[in-house]
Design a protein around this ligand. Structure first.
Ligand code: NAD
Ligand code: LMR
Length: 328
């Protein structure tokens, strides 16, 4: 039997986590032979909500669940953690953009960064989900100076999956037949879902789309605005089941590696590729191997696509400016 992996999760009494914890404990993230210890964090006021969540975790009798910790102290939650999923944050409501959450949520990620710096394993893998995810990841990294920035990523996988599904529906092909999709930039409506490198078998996706206007007029805006559409359709609640699923997909690929001949979109610290200045947390196509991600280099980008990529970068700079005083 393998020794257990410690997975810390914040916002653990929230709606994403209600769709996530049971799947992790069932082995859907790390495999059916990997025991896990769940180290669950939420704020003090939310602690009573853990009662039902923990009762249900026990009632599932998961063979792989080796332990459960619940706490309102992030250092306790992150203690010796191998994987940390930073979900805890206020979600946006109707008529809000994700960046409107910066003021409310940045203090959470300052605290998370400091606690990670003190308590987590030095090779911990941290995924930032709480919005605005890219800038929250930036804040977390800046507050965890003893950890390598490559231990961190922000979640763009939901956008990536949304893009795959739209193409699958359009071309009537299984999602798994589509490779090399990209969502560039910020997890916001400036993101650039880019299917120009995507393939189905030996064909490029663009060559199979007979009405090219569909890309600009339907595909790109639908993917960019899907979060808002979900909030409207769910009467004010943001995506939870699909977000939990994206967390599992993201971590699986990061840990076990991406498919042969394929890549995924992850928000990672830029290394300067594609004229995106270093340090900003930007979504790139990446391949993963041996637990490390690597930005896919050298893709040909048209001038108009480069403009879209820069627009999302500029938004991230504006977000960073807005929180600069908090990092001083
Ligand atoms: P939710 O409101 O159901 O849960 C949020 C949880 O965070 C609650 O349990 C709350 O108690 C906790 N929380 C509040 N303040 C906290 C603090 N200071 N420290 C730690 N935890 C705190 O929200 P949700 O639907 O689970 O969404 C969580 C976050 O994930 C939101 O920011 C949402 O916008 C974001 N999200 C991101 C993506 C993505 O693709 N990156 C997708 C969906 C949702
Ligand atoms: C999403 O993309 O569904 C989430 O980030 C929630 C939101 O605010 O859109």
């Amino acid at each position: 039997m393998k020794s257990p992996i410690r997975i810390a999760v914040t916002g653990a009494t929230g709606q994403i986590c209600y769709n996530l914890l049971y799947r992790i404990a069932a082995g859907e993230m790390l495999g059916k032979d990997q025991p896990v210890i769940l180290q669950l964090h939420d704020i003090t006021e939310a602690q009573p909500l853990f009662d039902g969540i923990v009762m249900e975790l026990y009632d599932c009798a998961f063979p792989l669940l080796s332990g459960i910790i619940t706490t309102d102290n992030p250092e306790v939650a992150f203690n010796n953690a191998d994987i940390v999923l930073l979900v805890g944050a206020r979600p946006r409501g109707e008529n809000m953009e994700r960046k409107d959450l910066l003021a409310a949520n940045s203090p959470i990620f300052i605290q998370n960064g400091r606690a990670l710096n003190t308590a987590a394993k030095r090779n911990v893998k941290v995924l930032v989900v709480g919005n605005p995810a890219n800038t929250n990841a930036y804040i977390t990294i800046k507050n965890a100076p003893d950890l390598d920035p490559s231990n961190f990523s922000a979640m763009l996988r939901l956008d990536h999956n949304r893009a795959l599904s739209q193409v699958a529906l359009k071309l009537h092909v299984p999602v798994s037949d589509i490779k090399r999709m990209i969502v560039w930039g910020n997890h916001s409506n400036t993101q650039f879902p880019d299917l120009s490198h995507a393939t189905v078998g030996n064909n490029s996706v663009s060559s199979l789309i007979t009405d090219p206007a569909w890309i600009e007029n339907y595909f790109i805006p639908v993917v960019q605005k899907r979060g808002t559409a979900i909030i409207e359709a769910r009467r004010g609640k943001s995506s939870a089941a699909s977000a939990a699923n994206a967390i599992i997909n993201h971590m699986q690929d990061w840990i076990f590696g991406t498919r042969e001949g394929d890549w995924v979109s992850m928000g990672v610290p830029s290394n300067g590729s594609y004229d995106i200045p270093r340090g900003v947390i930007y979504s790139f196509p990446v391949t993963c191997q041996n637990g490390q991600y690597k930005i896919v280099e050298g893709l040909e980008i048209s001038p108009s696509d480069r403009e879209k990529m820069q627009k999302s970068y500029q938004e991230l700079v504006t977000e960073q400016e807005a929180i600069k005083h908090l990092l001083a």
